[in-house]
Design a protein around this ligand. Sequence first.
Ligand code: FES
Length: 78
Amino acid sequence: MYVCICNAVTERQISQAYCEGACSLRALRERLGVAGCCGRCASCARDVLGRCKAEQAAEAASGNDFVPTPSTVDETPA
Ligand code: FES
C-alpha cells in the first residue's frame, strides 16, 4: 500500500527502512522523502513505524531477529 503519494513510498519501503535504522519520521523523511511535501502521510507513516516497533519488540521477546511480515509489508492497494 502506498503511504506517501507525493513521493510514491510504500509501506514495504518504510518497513525496510526501519529495519535499516530509520526508526523515526524524521529519519524516514531524510531517507525516503516521507511527509516532505504535503505531510498528509505523516500519521500513516507513524502508524507503520509503530507496527514495526511492536513487531520488533515481539520478536525480541521471543528471541528471534526482526523480519518484516506481511502485516508490515502489505502492498494491497488502498
Ligand atoms: S503524501 Fe506524503 S508528503 Fe504528501
